[in-house]
Design a binder for this molecule. Sequence first.
Ligand SMILES: Cc1cc2nc3c(=O)[nH]c(=O)nc-3n(C[C@H](O)[C@H](O)[C@H](O)COP(=O)(O)O)c2cc1C
Length: 398
Amino acid sequence: MLSGKNVLLAITGSIAAYKSAYLVRGFIKSGANVKVIVTESALQFVTKVTLSTLSKNPVYKDFLKDEHTGEWNNHVELGSWSDIMVIAPATANTLSNLVTGKANSFFLATFLSCNSPVFVAPAMDLDMFQNKSTKHNLDILSKRGVKIIDPGSGELASGLDGKGRMEEPEQIVDVINQYFLDQATLKNINILISAGPTYESIDPVRFIGNYSSGKMGFALAKEAENRGACVELISGPVSLKTPKNVKRTNIRSALEMKKEIEDRFSTTDVLIMSAAVADFQPTESAINKIKKAEAKMSITLKKTPDILKDLAKKKKKQIVIGFALETESEKKNAYQKMKQKNLDAIVLNSLKDKGAGFGYNTNKVTIITPLEEMNYELKTKDLVAKDILNFIEKCILD
Ligand SMILES: Cc1cc2nc3c(=O)[nH]c(=O)nc-3n(C[C@H](O)[C@H](O)[C@H](O)COP(=O)(O)O)c2cc1C
């Protein structure tokens, strides 16, 4: 389950930090991509060279990357890169910082901006672990959703015997692996997602397109893959990185999109049409570039085929979800579209909502089914994707 997953490992200043080198090895051996952050104190116990060699990536410590150019490390980007953050070993000091929300180091700022699940593996002396402050901090973190990998008992670096030893690296890798196994709620489910715009050719250099960035569809593909689904993405022209383990096919026009979707529909369990497929295309596409002098000043258009409507006739077991981007009478239009196209649900976003729709990293959606309507707040497209996949999971289980 760890294959292709992005593991962000934070190492803090405990004597157990030497074991983190084995932890990096363990994650890498399981096929994960690993990036390491260290605190200042951690470097007293383990070196950046060891960790960067094992992880095959630069090690992060400071905000500033290059003091001559002012280039800096982006804590927000690193947080969103991660599928999981593991803080091992976690010192008593770090636990306290995590609770108070301090952000005066690159590590703490990354923790605060990380939306992925976080695991901490405390490591400290017996008395530090038993101290009421430590217990209280662990309790608060646990209530906030941080997962605690309980330390083991045995001989401690101080010479005392008791609870406080960081869990062994192999066990930590097993815990994370098990976590991803438990998350694989969509295992063996085939999900087909369309994303981005389509370009309808006027001549070899010009087209009719739209502003879709593809971000919503790509976020959906990433989230579905995280849940263990087998994901295929049919993408219009966008400049986005393919999420890991997702099979991507690029298309340009609505007709190409139709072909790719239809070819796969019979083996699909869930189809999510988040692409902004053109409704019209030029009646003719010129073979050569239309010269300024020769140009007629009008382009005749014809309707493109309605992919969803055509598929609705072939629909058997599939769950089919459409998207509606509206600018007026939003709900009325979305209900109509859902009915006409025989959809199981439609995700409505309105260009009237600030921060929603094309290009933004955020979106505000309403999921509409023939039976219910679910309104969500404005959130990042990654979090919107989680809401949509939660809904799909519910449909599959029902
Ligand atoms: C040799 C040595 C070993 C230490 N081991 C631990 C430890 O296992 N757990 C712990 O909580 N603190 C330990 N400390 C104290 C931390 O290094 C110290 O609290 C530091 O400020 C932690 O910073 P950080 O949480 O930012 O990494 C140790 C200190 C020394 C000098």
